[in-house]
Design a protein around this ligand. Structure first.
Ligand SMILES: Nc1ncnc2c1ncn2[C@@H]1O[C@H](COP(=O)(O)OP(=O)(O)OP(=O)(O)O)[C@@H](O)[C@H]1O
Length: 346
């Protein structure tokens, strides 16, 4: 079992992770889900001892990583693999990891077979494809046959067949009783492999619950409004604590609103003398709803995040989590009752 307890990490002005607590259980695949810049990698790096928390703890079976004896046998991690470039470097890295953790050399061949890279058993100086690089990262994570796996965006660089293969592997690892935590930023691609979700936005925990439960809430109705005064209306909606995303469609974006009824929205438009060209009810896609949920997270770190976005920090730029046509509004989020609170207030 791994556990975050009041986990906090500050990088200068950016509060990357802000007082996050959750548990990841054995025998399940759990997805750490959040838009880009939400703090997923930072959390994973703290579980894997690569970064120290500013406050709180990242615990692996009750202990911080640095206190583990032969950590690779307990927890395997996949972080950024972009530096693994050649076949020889890859083998050398696996060799070093094996020696440091007292693992027999034959284990290297076993994990290479496990990730379907058996041809790398032979020495050679060729370059590795992104697919092979990712699989090699996984081989490193699996080397110590650990009971816990922490994998940051493991499907990056894999083709659709590779993604299917990975899904099967993750399910098998969990069915063997292991604790499996994977990160991702799209609900649609994560929900079919994860049993549990830990959702974060702007460094803060939004919810931690079974995937089924999250999907039930995520299927909540969305109200779509088109108006020539969309900018003013979006501002007023957010001022009232509603989550609003903008769907690029024609001259003016349409607004997608959750946490209210079409009657309330219509009455508000009338009260504000906002001209409305369309007001309709619809079910949002998973990723659209996820963008809305992430949009409504409110926190001091959110304000700092917005400041960083405004300052042009590309690492914290709002991400089109819901696909190219939808963008969650990054600024102006407020704490509110609604979708995220319904999820949280189980
Ligand atoms: N070393 C660092 N120095 C300064 N800021 C950092 C550092 N590492 C992370 N951050 C900031 O912390 C926040 C969280 O980053 P993190 O990489 O953990 O997010 P993420 O959810 O993994 O994003 P992505 O999906 O893009 O990988 C971002 O605002 C990022 O810019």
């Amino acid at each position: 079992m791994i556990e975050a307890v009041g986990l906090t990490r500050r990088h200068g002005r950016v509060l990357a992770v802000d007082d996050v607590s959750f548990r990841v259980r054995a025998g399940r695949v759990t997805a750490l889900l959040g838009p880009r810049g939400a703090g997923k990698s930072t959390i994973m790096r703290m579980f894997l001892g690569r970064e120290r928390p500013t406050a709180g703890q990242a615990l692996v079976d009750g202990r911080p990583y640095r206190e583990l004896d032969r950590p690779l046998r307990k927890i395997g991690g996949l972080l950024d693999t972009s530096r693994i470039r050649s076949r020889n470097a890859a083998r050398a890295r696996l060799g070093r990891l094996a020696r440091r953790n007292g693992l027999p050399a034959r284990r290297i061949d076993e994990v290479l077979d496990l990730v379907e890279l058996g041809d790398l058993r032979a020495h050679g100086s060729g370059r590795l494809s992104p697919r092979d690089t990712r699989r090699l990262g996984l081989a490193g994570a699996l080397l110590g046959d650990p009971e816990i796996l922490v994998l940051d965006e493991p499907s990056v660089g894999l083709d659709p067949d590779g993604v299917g293969w990975l899904r099967t592997l993750l399910r098998r690892l969990a069915s063997e009783g292991r604790t499996v935590l994977v990160s991702g930023h799209r609900l649609s691609t994560t929900s079919d492999v994860a049993d549990e979700l830990v959702v974060i936005g702007r460094g803060r925990l939004i919810t931690s619950c079974p995937t089924e439960e999250f999907l039930d809430t995520a299927g909540a109705a969305t109200i779509r409004v088109r108006s020539p005064q969309w900018m003013l209306f979006a501002r007023e909606l957010r001022r009232r604590g509603l989550a609003v995303a903008e769907e690029i469609d024609g001259e003016h974006p349409a607004l997608l609103i959750t946490g209210s009824t079409s009657q309330e929205i219509g009455e508000l438009a009338a009260a504000l003398s906002v001209v409305v060209h369309e007001l309709s009810l619809r079910r949002a896609s998973l990723d659209q709803t996820f963008a809305l949920i992430a949009d409504r997270t409110s926190s001091p770190s959110g304000i700092e995040h917005d400041a960083a976005v405004a300052a042009g920090d590309p690492a914290v730029a709002p991400h089109p989590a819901a696909g190219p046509r939808i963008r969650a509004a990054a600024a102006g989020s407020r704490a509110s009752a609604g979708v995220s609170d319904r999820v949280r207030g189980r």
